[in-house]
Design a protein around this ligand. Structure first.
Ligand code: DGY
Length: 340
């Protein structure tokens, strides 16, 4: 006796060709609809894709706002980010609809910390500028005073935020014999790697300041002109968190005026940045990377795998392995753009 087949839950995936086998596994259990375009979907396209779905797998750069949640309809149960950052998601609106939102901590901390260290070295040792000069055919005779940078060994590293990625940077910094200090607004304790300092002390006394805090309404513009003015003129600022945390114009001004030695950014306010004449790319003391912090094959596959496991858990009625911590809910990207 055969009854009416129960339709399988639908799951939308916002990109084709994600690394690893996780999306294939999802497709063996659910009706998976993937965005097949070469460019990322617009909000309207993502809305059309997710209509009637129970699960949605998105990237950190996708926007999950009220309009998208409404487009999905009442059956949506889980939005799984294949990213650690969740600033593109209106968490409050999702919670109000009973939609679980998950992200991917743990799996990308070491890989992203590698890039933070790379930026520290590239900016402070002027490696980015020296490669640029080489490519312009400007490698002249050996000179004792060419591309002189500042030592990383023995320098004081100040970590803004002290989560998994910051701690992974602290572990690496120990190998460079850096003195490590951190500021976290709530967890005011030292550990074996780093000592807690106030935000102001961190800015005043660090030779390298590295940003590892999520973008929230509280951290938009956290490093602006007043904060940069507190830093040593010999200091380096590195941001592998989110673009809106650092005021880009204030940073450029500080670098041009010699108020800051150097900087390295893996993240910017508006991504992608495609204008070759972008002032950020022209500043010789600023190293810019195109948001590659977690970009290794293994780590990106692990991110997609964890996102898929979150979807599977929720759709099977289990607790999601890595749900978002309770986080207010206002989408902060618009606020970052407006400089709020
Ligand atoms: C993250 O995981 O937040 C990275 O920035 C990629 O989105």
């Amino acid at each position: 006796m055969s009854g009416t087949p129960v339709p399988r839950p639908r799951v939308a995936v916002s990109r084709a060709g994600l690394p690893g086998a996780a999306v294939r596994r999802l497709a063996s259990r659910y009706d998976v609809v993937s965005w097949e375009g070469t460019a990322p979907p617009t909000s309207a396209e993502l809305g059309a894709l997710v209509r009637g779905c129970s699960g949605l797998l998105v990237l950190g750069s996708d926007r999950v706002d009220t309009a998208l949640l409404d487009a999905a309809g009442p059956g949506l149960r889980v939005v799984a980010l294949a990213s650690m950052g969740y600033d593109g998601v209106d968490v409050g609106a999702a919670a109000a609809r009973g939609v679980v939102v998950t992200h991917t901590p743990d799996v990308l901390a070491d890989t992203t910390a590698d890039v933070a260290m790379a930026l520290i070295l590239m900016a402070r040792r002027r490696l980015g500028a020296s490669v640029d000069a080489l490519r312009r055919g400007e490698w002249g005779a050996f000179r004792m005073d060419a591309f002189l940078g500042l030592d990383v060994q023995g320098a004081t590293l100040g970590l803004i935020g002290y989560g998994q990625i910051a701690k992974a940077v602290a572990r690496r910094a120990a190998g460079f014999r850096m003195r490590v200090q951190h500021h976290h607004p709530r967890r005011q304790e030292d550990d074996e790697l780093s000592r807690w300092v106030t935000f102001e002390e961190l800015l005043r006394t660090s030779d390298v300041v590295s940003v590892h805090t999520p973008l929230t309404p509280e951290t938009v513009g956290l490093i602006g002109a007043p904060e940069l003015a507190l830093m040593k003129p010999t200091a380096t600022l590195v941001n592998t968190g989110r673009g809106g945390i650092v005021d880009e114009q204030a940073l450029l001004t500080a670098l041009r005026d010699g108020k800051l030695h150097s900087a390295g950014l893996d993240v910017m306010v508006d991504e992608p940045r495609t204008d070759p004449a972008d002032p950020l790319f022209a500043e010789p003391r600023l190293v810019v990377l195109p948001h590659v912090g977690s970009a290794t094959q293994a780590t990106r596959a692990a991110m997609v795998e964890l996102a898929a496991r979150n979807i599977e858990a929720v759709l099977e009625g289990e607790a999601a392995p890595t749900p978002l911590p309770g986080t207010g809910g206002r989408p902060v990207v618009a606020a970052a753009r407006e400089g709020a």
